[in-house]
Structure formats: structure tokens, C-alpha cells
Design a protein around this ligand. Structure first.
Ligand code: UDX
Length: 442
């Protein structure tokens, strides 16, 4: 099939590349000419395992092209995917200016029948707005061209996005046209390994809602466990044991019940807020969704509070080695990462930070912690330790799983570890002479 993907951000680039990998003829569009020039050379703007090789391979095979001109890439195209950003507006709702801008441009330039696919995470009712924006332009042009707007939300996890796209658990398609559904089915059926049909079809609004609900449900599991972790500490129970105890119930399951320093990233924080806003705009005041957000805001600072109760309110003269800046392992993404909040809190109290992350240092240095004083960056985890008062682990990168603890003891001023992701065995840490603070265990 001939496809156009508009927006070469995370979702657009992964989707476009994976469609090309499956043999489709794909053109990815972006208004940023610098980005497009780099992509043509196979240089990708984000870190995502396997993506760069896949982009290069498909560019060489001519299955993947990049362009800044949407107007030249709609002719005889089967489907156009809108995958531009939906930043959070000031009131917490998703800002649709980019999505509707693209819709308008599609209306201005489409020449042949087209399925327009909303891939960006958009509030319920957006497909109707996209449809109106396109119709308006066609009316202005005095032409009649058949088109359908379909909702096809993405469920990609950063760090594992290629796998999620190539072997999806399910593909949700919201459509009000049989023909459009057929095109979507043809496009996605090669991605289902066995004959199992994992394409779930529904009406457009339910599909739009599905994306928000999936993310809000996962965020709810995390906030629930983080709240339980805080209670466990008070009653001298161990949340790690409680987690295994409840996860063994297949109705509950083991996934997404790991307590930690709170959820971050580009999706959960934004989508939970947007769902709350949608409910409010429709006259409903959500209690649980609001609590999920409140618990997460507090959880991001739990480790900072543990540091303060151990070292005092004034941290002047203290240095902390931070292991991990990204919001989760496998990515350089620091959006809403707990590390931002914790580092700001500690430096505000006079502390100095020695930071290391395998991938996110550039993001921290040039963007997220650009204006935060007293943060120094290092090339390896052990280099952060020299002269530090303790080590604080904030992202569960594999290389932090079993470090040389003797080296930690040798280099740190005090054998103290604060663990925001419960990576180590507390009994072993104590037996090894460490003061060890974790989430959900006294
Ligand atoms: C998420 C969804 O998983 C994905 O389907 C959607 O399309 C986009 O949002 P992503 O943001 O990449 O993906 O990260 P994910 O791996 O889901 O983790 C989100 C956050 O939850 C991270 O901050 C992670 O540390 C945290 N988390 C996850 C926990 O704190 N505990 C858990 O048990 C699981």
C-alpha cells in the first residue's frame, strides 16, 4: 500500500518505519527540514533500540522516504496517518492545533480517495473535528473526494516500540466505514503472526476513549501500588513480598504493580490529565483519576524525603551520586522523569549532584536540567561515587542491577544507598554493611 505518515516524532517514525518494513511504500512528512535531511541519511533524532538500522535498511530499499511536502505526497495514497504532537494545553487538555492544521492541509491538497488515520493520542470527538476541517477545505475547493477518518491509537512502549509495533497484542481501529475498516485490516493483517485476528474494530469515539483508558488503568495500578508501598513502610511490611503475594492471583497479575518513584514519560502523565479534563468538560468530576495523579505527584519526591530525613533539611556541603535520569530504562527520554523533581529538590537545599545515565545525559544537560546549578555529569556509574555522601538509584537500567558493591563502599563517604526502584535485596545490602533505603520497606 502507499502510505503517508505525517509527523516524524516517536509515534510517526516508528509506525512509518514498521509499515515500510512490512513492504508498504511509505513517505514520512515533517515540517522540520533539518530533521528530514538527517532522516534521509538514516540519522534518527531519538534513541530507540533497533530503529536506526530499520530506517537505514528501508531508505536503502526505497520503501521509506522522507519529505517536508505533504502536498506532493497525497496523490494515490491509500492512507494518511496523522502522528503529530498533541501537547498539553494550559488547562490540562490536549492541544489539537497541530492535528487540525494537518487535517486542513490534507483537505487543501488531497486528490484521490483517502483514509485519514488519527494515530496521535487525541480526545474523544477529535475525528469529527478532523473530518470537519477536511470537508471545509474540499468545499472551498469545490471538489468532492471520498474520505474517511479512522481512529487507530498507538500502544507503543518506549524502548520496546519496534517489538510492540511488529508483534502487537492488539490493534484498535475505530471506523464508521466498512471500506476504511477493510483497508486497515489489509494493512495490519501481516503483523499478526498466527492466524489469530488481533484487530479490534469499534466506533470511532470508543477507539479514541480506549487509548486514554488503557493508559489511565496502567497508571492507576502503579499509583495504587505506590500508595500501598507507603502504607507498608508505616506498618513494617515489605511491599516486595506483598506484590508477589497479590500478583499470583491471575485476576490481578504481576505486571505494572512495581512500586517506585512514580510514573513519568510522554504518555501516562499527559493522558491521565487529559482524561480528567475530558470528564470535567462533560460535567463529571472524576475522583479516582484525580487521586492517581495526586499520588504520583507525591511519589516522585518520596526518595528526596528519605534523603532529607537521613541527612537533614539543609544539604549544603553534601554530594549525591545519581544513577539514572531517564524516566525508565531503554530510552533517553526524560519527560516527567522523577529524576528532574528529585534533583531539583536536593540542589534547592544546597546539595551537589554527580549524575550518570547510559543514554539521557544530553537530554538532562541541554534541556531538562539545563538551569539547575551544581549538577555534574559523568561517563560511568562508578565515576559519580568519589566523595559522594550516598548513591541514589532512580532508573532501573540493567547495568545498575549488580554493581561492584565493594567499589561503592570504597568510593562513597558513607555506605548509604537510596533505591527508588527496589533493585537490591535489602537483607544482603544490610549484611554487606550498607544503610539501604528503598520504596515500601522500612
Ligand atoms: C506507556 C504505555 O505502556 C504504552 O502502551 C503507551 O502507548 C504509552 O505509554 P511508556 O510511557 O513508554 O509506555 O512506558 P511504560 O513502560 O509503560 O512505563 C511508564 C511508567 O510507569 C514509567 O515511568 C515506569 O517506570 C512506570 N512503571 C511501570 C512503574 O512505576 N511501575 C510498574 O510496575 C510499571
Amino acid at each position: 500500500m502507499k502510505l503517508t505518515v505525517i509527523g516524524t516524532g516517536y509515534v510517526g517514525l516508528v509506525s512509518g518505519t514498521c509499515f515500510a518494513e512490512m513492504g508498504n511504500e511509505v513517505t514520512c512528512i515533517d515540517i522540520d527540514s533539518n530533521k528530514i535531511d538527517k532522516l534521509k541519511e538514516g540519522i534518527i533524532p531519538i534513541y530507540e533500540p533497533g530503529l536506526e538500522q530499520m530506517v537505514k535498511r528501508n531508505v536503502e530499499n526505497n520503501t521509506l522516504k522522507f519529505s517536508t511536502k505533504l502536498s506532493e505526497n497525497l496523490d494515490k495514497c491509500d492512507a494518511a496517518f496523522i502522528a503529530v504532537g498533541t501537547p498539553m494545553g494550559e488547562d490540562g487538555s490536549a492541544d489539537l492545533k497541530y492535528v487540525l492544521g494537518v487535517a486542513k492541509e490534507i483537505g487543501m491538497h488531497m486528490t484521490t480517495p483517502l483514509v485519514i488515520v488519527d494515530k496521535s493520542t487525541v480526545p474523544v470527538g477529535t475525528a469529527d473535528k478532523v473530518k470537519d476541517a477536511i470537508s471545509k477545505e474540499l468545499t472551498k475547493r469545490k471538489v468532492e473526494i471520498e474520505f474517511h477518518v479512522v481512529s487507530n491509537p498507538e500502544f507503543l512502549k518506549e524502548g520496546d516500540a519496534i517489538n510492540d509495533f511488529m508483534k502487537p497484542d492488539r490493534v484498535v481501529v475505530g471506523s464508521d466505514s466498512e471500506n476504511a475498516t477493510k483497508i486497515m485490516r489489509n494493512l495490519y493483517s501481516p503483523f499478526f503472526r498466527s492466524s489469530t485476528d488481533r484487530l479490534i474494530t469499534m466506533d470511532v469515539r470508543s477507539a479514541e476513549m480506549t487509548k486514554y483508558v488503557a493508559n489511565a488503568m496502567l497508571a492507576t495500578k502503579i499509583s495504587f501500588m505506590n500508595e500501598i508501598a507507603n502504607i507498608c513502610e508505616l506498618v513494617d511490611a515489605d511491599v516486595n513480598k506483598v506484590r508477589v503475594g497479590i500478583g499470583s492471583d491471575s485476576r490481578i497479575g504481576y505486571s505494572f504493580i512495581y512500586p517506585g518513584s512514580g510514573y513519568g514519560g510522554s504518555c501516562f502523565p499527559k493522558d491521565v490529565k487529559a482524561l480528567k479534563k475530558t470528564a470535567e468538560q462533560n460535567g463529571y468530576s472524576p475522583k479516582l483519576i484525580k487521586a492517581v495523579e495526586d499520588v504520583n505527584d507525591l511519589q516522585k519526591l518520596v526518595i528526596a524525603r528519605k534523603v532529607i530525613s537521613r541527612f537533614g533539611e539543609d544539604l549544603t556541603g553534601k554530594t549525591f551520586a545519581i544513577w539514572g535520569l531517564a524516566f525508565k530504562p531503554g530510552t533517553d527520554d526524560m519527560r516527567e522523569a522523577p529524576a528532574i523533581y528529585i534533583i531539583k529538590e536536593l540542589t534547592k537545599r544546597g546539595a551537589k549532584i554527580n549524575a550518570y545515565d547510559p543514554k539521557a545525559i544530553d537530554e538532562a544537560k541541554h534541556f531538562y536540567l539545563k538551569d539547575v546549578p551544581n549538577v555534574e555529569y559523568f561517563e560511568s556509574k562508578y565515576e559519580t561515587l568519589s566523595g559522594a555522601d550516598s548513591m541514589i538509584l532512580l532508573t532501573e537500567w540493567k547495568e545498575f542491577r549488580s554493581p561492584d558493591f565493594e567499589e561503592l563502599k570504597k568510593q562513597l563517604k558513607n555506605a548509604i544507598v537510596f533505591d527508588g526502584r527496589n533493585q537490591y535485596d535489602s537483607e544482603k545490602m544490610h549484611a554487606n554493611g550498607f544503610e539501604y533505603f528503598q520504596i515500601g520497606k522500612k
